[in-house]
Design a protein around this ligand. Sequence first.
Ligand code: PMP
Length: 972
Amino acid sequence: MPLATLIRRSSLPCPAISPAQAAEVLVAHYGLTGSLKELGSHQDRNFLLDTGDGRRFVLKICHGDYSTVELKAQHAALRHLASHSDVRVPAVMHALNGKDLLSLEVGGHGVHVRLLEFIDGQSLAHLEHLSRQVVTGLAELCARVDVALADFAHPGLERILQWDPRHASALVKHLLPVIESADERACISKAAEEAQRRLLPLIAALPVQAIHMDITEYNVVWSRDNHAMWQLQGLIDFGDLVSTWRIADLSVTCAALLHHADGDPLYILQAIQAYHAINPLRPEELKALWPLIVARSTVLVLSSEQQASIEPDNVYIQANLASEWNIFDVATSVPMALMEAAILDAVGWRLPQSCDRDFLPLLPGLVGQTVKAVDLGVLSELFEAGNWEQDEVDERLLKTAAQAHGLAASRYGEYRLSRTLTDSAREPETFALHVELQMPHGTAVHAPFPGALRHTADGALMLMGEDLALRMWGVRSDFDSGVELGAGDVLGQGGGSLIVQLCAEPEVSPPLFSTPSRAAAWRALCPSPKGLLGFDCDAPVPANSADLLARRDASFARSQKHYYQAPPQIERGWRNHLIDMQGRSYLDMLNNVAVLGHGHPRMAQVAARQWSLLNTNSRFHYEAIAEFSERLLTLAPVGMDRVFLVNSGTEANDLAIRLAWAYSGGRDVLSVLEAYHGWSVATDAISTSIADNPQALSTRPDWVHPVVAPNTYRGEARGADSTPFYLKSVDAHLARLAEQGRQLAGFICEPVYGNAGGISLPPGYLREVYQKVRAKGGVCIADEVQVGYGRLGHYFWGFEEQGVVPDIITMAKGMGNGHPLGAVITRRGIAEALEAEGYFFSSSGGSPVSCQIGMAVLDVMEEEKLWENAQVVGGYFKERLLALIDKHSLVGAAHGSGFYLGLELVRNRQTLEPASEETAYLCDRLRELGIFMQPTGDYLNILKIKPPMVTTQRSVDFFVDNVSKVLSELEG
Ligand code: PMP
């Protein structure tokens, strides 16, 4: 009988109550009037009442068949949570007769009526992507509710409910005929049966308690804070409250999350970790979780199909159908055994790392022979200059190694570099779950354990043991499928390539490669075949990235920050991508230093060649220093005829200040607010960016005079006409210095405002400032460390945009492509003024290696047309960024040009309130999507876009598309 009741209930339609009837109930029984809006629901009729005086309620009307004791249990649970937890739930309102539950006759229908407080906010069901913070927030809420309800008891909890997983199997069988397609029916029943099979042995150990059973995005209310971050407001809808397995609560939450998982079932692991941290789960519960999620997904699909068949016009149910099928598809996209392993791994269980069984040799003829293990990993020396992008490179390298050594094999558990994906938000499948052997023709292959042979559809020969399957590609066997072999029997012959894979779940067809995030789980299912191959074919396990970070933190001074809280370990790069140790490529949008891109072979050749000759210093006489200096001067404006070579931008700017001091005889320097020029005592003194140093504005020495930042976007005066306003600040400083009888030494600024995201200075600004400074005997320094050297596309130097020529140019960063190299270019008169203060010498500034590298950078820039690329692709980039302004309200402006761009995010285009938290979210999320990006500006609300100059249009599209995708998430 219980099943019959259950099924009758699962098909009860919503009571047919009109808004007018609901309004009558409200007046008559609660003395309330106001506007009514119907809210969607599976089986209740819900109305939102707005009384117009700031109060809002939910009127819930359910079928009279529902038992009142169950409704009373819900009310008791609401009161229990309100008093035993910090979870916000709706208060239950009393009717005029003092009761909180009314059983009435409305329009000829017997119904139960309740009125609940309305919790302000919204559900997040409409969002495609739920952020990590929302996912963990949901799971933590689930854990907190379960903790609070653990000691809650009520007779109304012992109910028969269609969503209770204890009835899932029976319900599925009953509802299955509602599905018309035989294929779909087969899929559903197969999934439900396997879930049930896995669940059965665990049931006895599953704790039972009262649970909400519907903590999903539909029933959790959120609202955005003023940083656009979702904040949890409360939990509603206790209609599925029941006493059942505790773990069912989390399974419901996780099943709902699968709809937002972008197809990746492992998305729920973060929720499981968050739950487990608050309410630790038993091993049996962890093992039951995925089968329960799968079972839930089958029940969801069938129930919705069933409801849709009864109420074809219920748009709420119709809309849900697609989402339920999506959940089912994601839930059945991976083997259950894999998810069990992934869940256990996520909460810190040690999964089996190897198969410790005894095997007979697979290839007895080769026993004792040496097999060359070929390193195909991220750091392999066989890879350079992007050769891993060639088709079938791994197979070729294996063959070459076999020719040289006789036998060669790939390594199990290797993250293969050749399988990386560039400009992809998808994790690549890099982790090898198999070994590939290159061996002589005619090598006999034997059964390492007893089993039945099977030829599979994907061309493998499979040996099915009792609890282990061996798959092989490259074995010719005369046996038909079904033949039983004993351990040691010959099963066929191989030669050339032989691929070998073990799987501890014989019915599962594992992939040959897994993504890094699934690697631990797949490793537990597909152990290394080394036991049957007879030699060590395992790749070394890469160092744990978190452990390495701890070592860094324990030894490397902390003021030297690193990107991201949990940064990936990056040891290789190629062109405009950086590759982590698991073979995932990230689009590098940060590295203005590596102008030529990463891993450029010319850099390696030139450095190696010069190192093999010698590396001395500028006091020796060698050709490269003369040649490089000459080449730099050909790039500089006419009249500049002297070069200093140093090792960094800081040194270049420090030296420029000393030159200004020496030449002018004064010490006072005008700098610009919100700028960064270096870390040495002098360059730090002129750096006033509070993003780099929060104390910057209060700690200036008295020789530094920062003028108002000429920020044409968010400064006090805006736009192209703002020049006179900003000049006033310069005039005021100059007048004060004159009044005090102080000699001005000079003025330093970036000619394009780099630290503020590449904003152009107002037209004519530098022309006027340079004139005023020179009139006072000062020198004008252009800090071209970031923006110079062709990055801007249209101009080689930033000062060209302003139509001026400085007295001193400082440069670094890209000129060495990452090798420590900086330069100061100036006129002879200024250069020689320093001699009055002694000689200048920097031990490694202008060393032969540095000069050779500096020249090679210029050669490559020319040969690979990187300046042109900055103009063409950079121009396209700017256009695409500008288009985002029309599409996203958060985008205030796109600054800069070429490959020096800034995207400024604001909450309001009038007030320009900086969207700092949103920018932080965007950068973190872009990293998940395979892009490195960081914010800049005093409010950290500008994307500082300064990629290697080899960046392609494809990379630009990948970047802008993903920025737009995440902005939509923030605006949704
Ligand atoms: N000037 C500017 C404009 C810079 O951006 C930087 C570095 N971010 C420097 C100078 C200092 O250069 P370095 O780090 O090579 O010392």
